[in-house]
Design a protein around this ligand. Structure first.
Ligand SMILES: CC(C)(COP(=O)(O)OP(=O)(O)OC[C@H]1O[C@@H](n2cnc3c(N)ncnc32)[C@H](O)[C@@H]1OP(=O)(O)O)[C@@H](O)C(=O)NCCC(=O)NCCS
Length: 287
């Protein structure tokens, strides 16, 4: 596709995931395609029926015009079915799709820089007086420290940038996300432990083994350090141990962060990572 919301083929060099046969909404034809699905998790936490456009693509100007018509049809159908919220992520390089989404009522909420790590990092040691451990070694109280820390770690995230979403709702959303990830057996999670035994930082991610990917792609979901100990190299040490573990199975590890999250972009730059591309996040609320 000349313009596609799928960023992995161009940014990671992975195979396109293409159309999924079991998606709830699939429109398209020769030269253009559109897929969307309902989101049970988001619907529960935001309190309204939610959906996501998972694929938006066209290979020519006429294909773009057909996609535009189908996007209008899809949104009319979603509106009629009571879907109140829909989101989509589109690579900035596919800017005609961003304009199209905006013309259909989507609003830009953030721009993510997407970093791709392709190999083991040069070692960053943990600061003195700090240990990095795996989740399996953590005590229940250290895991509770992480959940507590998660209450404030995500203030740069997209839900806080959408005026329709209350802060309390966004807080709950990210706390539950962190709790869910901590409970996943397949998650890779490392904690930073201070001398007094309290957990003061964490990093967590999973391997994406979606059909169509030749190799699993490591995804860093969340990294956070307690504000009281920020700027002392703990984030760098957590990132380093996470990448080492992930690269045992994944040639590529992707990390997305808002372009204006200064602490995070500095952390990744210091680890030698450069943005491989940028993605726009857009939200649409039913008129
Ligand atoms: C991003 C974060 C994990 C960094 O943790 P940290 O322990 O402070 O990171 P480090 O001490 O290893 O710092 C790495 C570099 O970033 C710099 N940095 C840290 N905080 C910074 C800030 N607020 N502004 C600018 N640079 C910052 C450090 O100075 C350091 O660079 P230096 O060695 O050249 O001085 C932490 O700020 C955080 O928890 N933020 C909130 C959660 C978040 O946004 N996570 C990322 C998205 S998932």
């Amino acid at each position: 596709m000349k313009w596609s919301s799928e960023y992995r083929p161009s940014l990671l060099g992975c195979t396109a995931t293409g159309f999924s046969p079991d998606t709830e909404y699939a429109l398209g034809g020769p030269g253009h395609g559109l897929q969307a699905q309902r989101l049970a998790w988001d619907s529960r936490l935001l309190g309204v029926p939610c959906a996501r456009i998972t694929l938006l693509g066209a290979d020519s100007r006429p294909g773009l015009a057909r996609l535009d018509r189908d996007l209008g049809r899809l949104l009319t159908r979603m509106d009629a079915e009571g879907i109140a919220f829909c989101d989509v992520r589109i690579a900035l390089s596919a800017f005609p799709l961003i304009h199209m989404a905006e013309a259909h009522g989507f609003r830009l909420v953030d721009i993510l820089a997407l970093y791709v790590s392709r190999g083991r990092p040069a070692e960053a040691s943990a600061p003195a007086a700090m240990r990095i451990i795996h989740r399996e070694q953590a005590t229940a109280s250290q895991l509770r420290d992480i959940l507590q820390l998660g209450k404030t770690s995500f203030r740069a995230a997209r839900l806080y940038r959408d005026g329709h979403i209350r802060r309390q709702t966004a807080d709950t959303f990210y706390q539950e996300l962190l709790s869910e990830l901590l409970g996943r057996r397949d998650a890779v999670c490392h904690l930073a432990i201070a001398q007094n035994g309290r957990a003061v930082g964490y990093v967590i991610g999973t391997q994406d083994t979606a059909p169509g990917l030749a190799d699993p792609v490591g995804v860093l979901w969340l990294i956070g350090v307690a504000p009281s100990v920020a700027g002392r190299g703990i984030g760098s040490a957590l990132l380093d141990s996470f990448l080492r573990r992930m690269h045992q199975h994944c040639p590529c590890v992707e990390i997305g962060t808002q372009v204006d999250n200064r602490a995070a972009t500095t952390l990744y730059a210091k680890a030698g990572l450069l943005p491989a591309g940028h993605l726009a996040t857009l939200h649409r609320w039913r008129p």
